[in-house]
Design a protein around this ligand. Structure first.
Ligand code: XBP
Ligand code: MG
Length: 236
């Protein structure tokens, strides 16, 4: 199998972002006068649902007792999520969340070797730009041939929609690609799209079920090992 493309998940994979998301949600709740506060244990449970808006609705439906939803609940959630995104992109623009070990080198080395790169994430587009503008510079988009994020597909991970959307853009099939993910939801999504998937775990996902992953790594700090295991033609 000649690997023509690497498709990257964002949150938890490119960078360890979920605690930044969690704190941004809490700042939005405070701004909006809500006495909600997601600690790490609660957020760990809520990460079962991908997508910030969907996660808020999951919290309201499954974890809040006696809360009277406002009449325009959808608009309420959209506004709350927009406030959260403002806090989160401000945090990223300040350079608070770096790329994970080995990620920048992988992106640069693979791109220089002519391997197609793409993004497949459930996070909001502004979050991707804010993270990568700091990490890769103003022309970060030039590294990626497709950038699939947020609400562009009807069903978020673990549905395969976002990976199918990206491969459609690339004109490639699952056999041409490998995916890099961090979570069970992400792995389910990429495997359902027929893509060989490598996992790098983090403190939120380390105990999840990665059955079907081609390999699971703590991180990509040993890139040569990753190149050997994945068969990427980038080893020294
Ligand atoms: C992770 C997600 C996102 C983030 C929050 O995305 O599920 O929802 O947790 O970001 P991925 P938003 O691992 O696919 O990159 O609030 O913008 O959704
Ligand atoms: Mg992820």
């Amino acid at each position: 199998m000649t690997i023509k493309a690497i498709i990257f998940d964002v949150d938890g994979t490119l960078a360890d972002t979920e605690d930044g998301h969690r704190k941004s949600f809490n700042q939005a709740f405070a701004d909006e006068g809500l006495d909600w506060n997601w600690d790490v244990a609660m957020y760990d449970k809520l990460l079962k649902v991908t997508g910030g808006k969907e996660r808020i609705k999951y919290f309201v439906s499954d974890f809040l007792q006696g809360y009277n939803k406002p009449a325009d609940f959808d608009d309420f959630v959209k506004n709350l999520h927009a406030v959260k995104t403002k806090h989160y992109t401000t945090m990223l623009a300040a350079g608070s969340i770096p790329l994970r070990p080995g990620v920048k080198q992988l992106i640069e080395q693979a791109h220089a070797a002519g391997i197609t790169l793409a993004i497949a994430t459930t996070t909001t587009p502004q979050n991707v730009s804010a993270l990568l503008e700091v990490a890769l510079g103003k022309d970060w988009e030039s590294y990626f041939s497709a950038n699939g994020c947020g609400d562009i597909v009807p069903h978020k991970k673990p549905a395969p929609d976002i990976y199918f959307w990206v491969m459609e853009k690339l004109g490639l099939t699952g056999a041409d690609c490998i995916a890099l993910e961090d979570s069970e939801n992400g792995l389910r999504s990429s495997l359902a799209a027929g893509i060989k998937t490598y996992v790098t775990i983090n403190h939120y996902t380390r105990n999840q079920d990665f059955t079907g992953a081609a390999a699971v790594f703590d991180d990509l700090s040993d890139l040569q090992n990753f190149y050997q295991v994945s068969g990427l033609p980038l080893a020294k």
